[in-house]
Design a protein around this ligand. Structure first.
Ligand code: NI
Length: 138
């Protein structure tokens, strides 16, 4: 381990209890590891918001395949943004719903914009973008 530093934190008792329950749900065995992961996660998000760093992200969207116009729009958008899209996966979830998962790579700012534009396309039932980093944070 590199240069670990110990420091104390003052925290409200009920907030600490909630944090303990969170740790249990997530399978953490010690507070330090849980707190380190939270800090890293926040810093990665910050890096994305900053926008210039190279980043990797995953966008997942659920939509009804009945909407041919939407399928066409989503495919068109992906062809337009091909330089930022590494891979896509299409899953026919049930008779009506499709799940599309896109792996993105590029400048954080561009990927966030691409994710937002796909998720906000009319007819998308639910979508989520998750971020990670190629930087030195983790
Ligand atoms: Ni499908």
């Amino acid at each position: 381990m590199e240069n670990m530093v110990r420091f104390g934190i003052s925290i409200e008792e009920d907030l600490l209890e909630k944090f303990g329950a969170f740790m249990q749900r997530k399978g953490y065995h010690n507070r330090s590891e849980a707190i380190r992961d939270l800090i890293r996660d926040r810093l990665v998000k910050e890096e994305w918001e900053g926008g210039e760093a190279q980043a990797i992200g995953v966008v997942s969207i659920i939509y009804s395949h009945d909407s041919h116009e939407l399928s066409h729009k989503l495919t068109h958008a992906q062809h337009e943004e091909i330089s930022n899209i590494v891979a896509t996966l299409h899953v026919h979830v049930d008779r009506q719903n499709c799940l599309e998962v896109l792996v993105l790579r590029g400048r954080g700012r561009d990927l966030a914009r691409l994710g937002d534009s796909l998720i906000s396309t009319k007819g998308v039932k639910h979508g989520r973008t998750s971020f990670t980093t190629l930087g030195a944070i983790t």
